[in-house]
Design a protein around this ligand. Structure first.
Ligand code: AN7
Length: 352
């Protein structure tokens, strides 16, 4: 049977009022790709699988939560949704609001959202407000606006977002037949690590998986409030998606770490960029810089002997590489310019 989107596929496991009509773009069912070359490159004697969330309809994992949040909002008669976003949430909110025929307002940090994400928000007809400030400032504006206007907040303080996002953990188990031993993922607002942990716990409690993974979250070193244990006032990282100083789901992330016996650690921008290029070049999988924090994370954890040899690890690649063409072009060598001549081409190819 054709895939019906995460609500219909997992409706009995999602806390959504019975009979709510699903507003869907058929999100979910993303591939779990084994990455043996990457495992060999980083010296990991075990199996790595990539949960490639960049293949969702708006090219990030945010679609899973947005289908649930928008479906519930519309069922309750909402005419508009609002979110603060480093880009991907706004792209998903804009698309699902368009699908539902309601308005979307998105507040993004001016100058700090990747081009692909901004193009999605505007193309889907959202009203985009660029705030002079960072994500945390934008989020404060959203909560303030929501107190005074008839708009539904679809940031991950909305618990329905977490309900949708946990389906990614179900999919991983449905493919592997059980939970992995380790689950690596980037951490920004910390909604996703909270959601995966919830999903894994539910499958384990129901006997669908015989184990729980250790949750291995990674923040960017310049935006690592959970790692240092305090809010960061001026978060900085090349991975704009996770440039967040005061995560909305901080408590959920800490609980996932502590209950699972995992870690929340940081990786530098240099490590993120190296992993970003390595993943694309050695496995043919293109993910945006924030997503590469999970790859930088497993490299770091393996190098520190924090991962058992012979174990199975899943790394979530949260967003597609095409979301952020600017960074890709910047970190790679420029194309070699040649005239329309076979000789020049051969010479430039450097094969002889
Ligand atoms: C590609 O869009 O917060 O820890 O406003 O876009 O669940 O926040 C994006 C977050 C990782 C972090 N990877 O996930 C937003 C936003 C990508 C992301 C994260 C985000 P959370």
């Amino acid at each position: 049977m054709a895939w019906r989107g995460v609500i219909e596929e997992y409706r009995e496991r999602i806390e959504l009022d019975a009979g709510v009509e699903a507003i869907t773009l058929l999100e979910g069912n993303t591939p779990l790709i084994e990455a043996p070359r990457l495992a060999a490159t980083i010296g990991f004697d075990g199996r790595i699988f990539l949960k490639y969330e960049g293949l969702n309809p708006t090219c990030s994992f945010k679609d899973r939560g947005m289908t649930v949040a928008l479906s519930a909002a519309v069922a309750r008669g909402a005419k508009a949704v609002i979110c603060a976003s480093t880009g991907n949430t706004s792209a998903a909110a804009a698309a699902y609001a368009a699908r539902a025929g309601i308005r979307a307002f998105v507040i993004v940090p001016e100058g700090n959202i990747a081009l692909g994400k901004l193009s999605q928000a505007v193309m889907h007809g959202a009203r985009v407000l660029a705030v002079r400030g960072n994500f945390d400032d934008a989020f404060r504006v959203v909560t303030g606006v929501a107190e005074q206007a008839q708009v539904t907040v679809v940031n991950s303080i909305n618990p329905l977002r977490i309900q949708g996002q946990k389906t990614a953990a179900f999919e991983v188990c449905d493919v592997l037949g059980r939970a992995p031993d380790y689950h690596f993922l980037p951490v920004g607002n910390a909604g996703n690590i909270t959601a995966y942990w919830l999903g894994y716990k539910e499958y384990e409690a129901d006997g669908v998986s015989d184990r729980l993974p250790k949750m291995m979250g990674f923040q960017a070193a310049g935006a690592a409030p959970i790692v240092i244990g305090q809010q960061v006032d001026d978060p900085q990282t090349i991975a704009s998606a996770i440039r967040i100083g005061n995560p909305v789901s901080w408590k959920g992330a800490a609980a996932a770490r502590d209950e699972s016996g995992g870690i929340i650690d940081s990786v530098t921008d240099r490590q993120i960029i190296e992993a970003y290029q390595q993943l694309a070049a050695c496995e043919g999988v293109f993910a945006e810089p924030a997503s590469a924090a999970s790859i930088a994370g497993i490299k770091k954890a393996v190098s520190e002997s924090r991962v058992e040899p012979g174990s199975t690890a899943v790394c979530t690649l949260t967003g597609h590489g095409l979301k952020d063409p600017t960074n890709a072009i910047e970190v790679c060598p420029e194309p070699t310019k040649i005239g329309p001549s076979v000789e020049e081409a051969l010479q430039a190819m450097g094969l002889d």
